[in-house]
Design a protein around this ligand. Structure first.
Ligand SMILES: NC(=O)c1ccc[n+]([C@@H]2O[C@H](COP(=O)([O-])OP(=O)(O)OC[C@H]3O[C@@H](n4cnc5c(N)ncnc54)[C@H](OP(=O)(O)O)[C@@H]3O)[C@@H](O)[C@H]2O)c1
Length: 329
């Protein structure tokens, strides 16, 4: 017969086993629900408002001339949204506008041309005032603009190699501009409204040689959640979601390939498929989600070692690519 201490131990181990099994079963079922069963509620934001001068809802996408922003522009246009394309190059934006109008002739488009550095709060406020004067009330805002690199410089760099102005540009691109634009737009957004803030895995996984960018991306996620709760407490119907993004082929990452890399269109479509899931932070693409879930289970010391090694390799690759580009010029 088992002694009472043996049966107590067996009881504790059984309870522990059941708790762990329940935890993992819950996580697997949540995963399957989010990526297979969940039906997007994006059409909720498309509903036309009879009192409005426009019959279609407007979506504003920042950094829409290329990469993930361009992917969102196409995906939202394919749902029937009117699109406001933000970027810094009038030529690139005009080309995107022409492509959208050809593919989706029923939608309307507008351009918002503004280089986000140096910061120009007056230009943001003026643009938003102009929208109000024209009776345009944005319903969907995609704060996509951002990135780890400044044009023509390697993304992977030690903090001490960055000039003060490099750091200020990274702050502006990833944090300052999205915050100021959202502040300006929110009061006049048509409800129910949707705000998507694009983050990155480096908000959750160490990003050596990308430390400023990683910090900015952590801001995006934390800000997103707090803002969503704040707006709900104010009684506003604004769904705010932070999107955790893994590797995506985009203008600065055209060379990326592999089973864990998706195109900008796939990323944008996956993000729109997750709308209405009730989460404040979502990994849009299921393969990225599975990867992040596994990575976050690694012990910190092991993860730090892996990330240090992979960042150094990427830094060397970045340097070689830039040298090749310079030689071609
Ligand atoms: N790609 C990835 O693997 C990846 C991974 C994780 C997170 N993300 C995040 O996803 C978002 C989009 O990244 P992406 O890779 O798609 O970027 P991207 O291909 O480099 O596109 C960036 C967009 O922002 C615009 N832009 C850049 N600097 C600007 C400035 N100073 N003023 C105005 N517009 C400016 C670009 O305009 P131009 O066309 O004129 O350059 C372009 O439209 C970022 O927030 C990034 O952090 C990307």
């Amino acid at each position: 017969m088992a002694s009472s201490s043996e049966s107590t131990l067996t009881g504790i181990l059984t309870a522990l086993g059941i708790s762990i099994a329940t935890y993992y079963a819950y996580n697997i079922l949540s995963f399957l629900h989010l990526y297979i069963l969940h039906r997007s509620t994006i059409s909720r934001y498309l509903a036309s408002d009879p009192s409005a001068s426009e019959t279609r809802s407007w979506a504003l996408i920042t950094g829409a001339s290329d990469g993930i922003g361009l992917g969102f522009a196409h995906e939202l246009a394919s749902h029937g949204f009117n699109i406001i394309l933000h970027g810094r190059s009038p030529t690139k934006l005009a080309a995107v506008e022409t492509a959208l109008k050809t593919q989706y002739p029923k939608i309307s488009t507008r351009l918002f041309v503004l280089d986000v550095y140096p910061p120009n709060t007056a230009a943001i406020d003026d643009y938003v005032r102009g929208l109000a004067n024209d009776g345009v009330r944005v319903r969907v805002l995609v704060n996509n603009i951002g990135g780890p690199t400044l044009t023509g410089s390697p993304a992977f760099r030690p903090l001490t190699s960055l000039m003060a102005v490099d750091i200020q540009k990274l702050f502006e691109l990833n944090v300052g501009f999205p915050t100021l634009l959202t502040r300006a737009l929110l009061p006049a957004m048509r409800e129910p409204a949707l705000v998507l803030n694009i983050g990155s895995f480096v908000a959750r996984v160490p990003g050596p040689l990308l430390s400023v960018y990683a910090g900015c991306k952590a801001f995006n996620m934390s800000w997103s959640r707090s803002l969503g709760v704040e707006l709900r407490a104010e009684g506003r119907q604004v769904e705010v979601i932070g999107l955790l993004v893994g590797e995506v082929q985009s203008s600065q990452h055209r060379e990326l390939k592999g089973p864990l890399v998706c195109t900008s269109r796939v990323l944008a479509r996956s993000a729109l498929n997750r709308i209405g899931c009730g989460k404040h932070t979502v990994v849009p693409w299921w393969r990225h989600a599975a990867t992040l879930a596994l990575v976050e289970h690694l012990p910190d010391a092991l993860l730090d070692r892996i990330m240090a090694g992979s960042s150094t390799t990427r830094m060397e690759k970045d340097k070689r690519l830039l040298e090749i580009q310079k030689r071609r010029l």
